[in-house]
Design a protein around this ligand. Structure first.
Ligand SMILES: [Ca+2]
Ligand SMILES: [Ca+2]
Ligand SMILES: [Ca+2]
Length: 233
């Protein structure tokens, strides 16, 4: 920055080495003008710094507000998710109560004390089939005994287009320990194909009824798309 040069001012001399008062007055005038100019510039610089500081503060406040808004939204969506899950659960329970009060609904089939929904045209992964059954107030079929197994087989065999069908047994939590997804209970009855369950390629955790073996049971990869049976009791 160029500073005014009043402090280094020396009286100018003319060609005869005499003080040049005219030039001196002119320099003094310039010097005063420069002084005014630099004072104004310093003032302007201070205002600029103040404005930039205020702008930065506004920016920081805006960013903080945006972050708070995002956090509030995330918390809000979390609460909404819990409420939706609760609502779905209540709906499923209501549906289940209706089935118990009115008997099996349209499209459901009664056997003993249970209602069955045979989804033989739809194909889903084991997990998606389970979700569908839960949404309807039930669970993927839990086969408790030979009578229930025979009923299911005989119904499935009436549909020639049906291939393999999911049931609710799985060993995805502990290998070779099959449980029913409905209540996490172990299998009190089973109808495995001989040599099954074999956990083929170490990748078979979900049980199905296999058409090729007269709908006896086989473990297969849970990601396969199969028909399925829901049960409500
Ligand atoms: Ca059952
Ligand atoms: Ca397995
Ligand atoms: Ca298998």
């Amino acid at each position: 920055m160029v500073e005014p040069f009043e402090n280094v001012y020396e009286l100018p001399m003319d060609d005869h080495n005499a003080p040049n008062f005219e030039l001196s007055a002119l320099i003094r005038k310039w010097n005063n003008q420069l002084d005014v100019f630099f004072k104004a510039r310093r003032k302007r610089d201070k205002v600029s710094v103040l404005l930039i500081t205020m702008l930065l503060i506004c920016l920081l406040v805006a960013v903080a507000l945006i972050i708070m808004h995002v956090i509030a939204n995330v918390e809000g969506s979390g609460r909404l998710k819990v409420q939706i899950q609760q609502l779905t659960l209540n709906t499923s329970n209501l549906e289940r109560q209706l089935h118990l009060l009115l008997g099996c609904g349209y499209g459901w089939h009664k056997f003993m004390s249970s209602c069955y929904d045979f989804q033989l045209r739809l194909k889903k992964t084991w997990y998606d089939a389970k979700i569908d059954c839960h949404t309807k107030g039930g669970y993927l079929v839990k086969i408790d005994n030979a009578f229930e197994n025979s009923f299911l087989k005989s119904y499935i065999q009436t549909d020639k287009n049906t291939h393999n069908v999911w049931i609710g047994a799985h060993d995805s939590e502990r290998e070779s320990t099959f449980v029913w997804e409905s209540d996490n209970s172990s299998l009190s009855y089973s109808d495995w194909v001989p040599e099954e369950p074999n956990n083929h390629y170490l990748n078979e955790d979900c049980a199905s009824m296999r058409k090729k073996h007269d709908y006896r049971w086989n473990d297969v990869p849970c990601s396969m798309l199969l028909s399925y049976i829901c049960e409500i009791q």
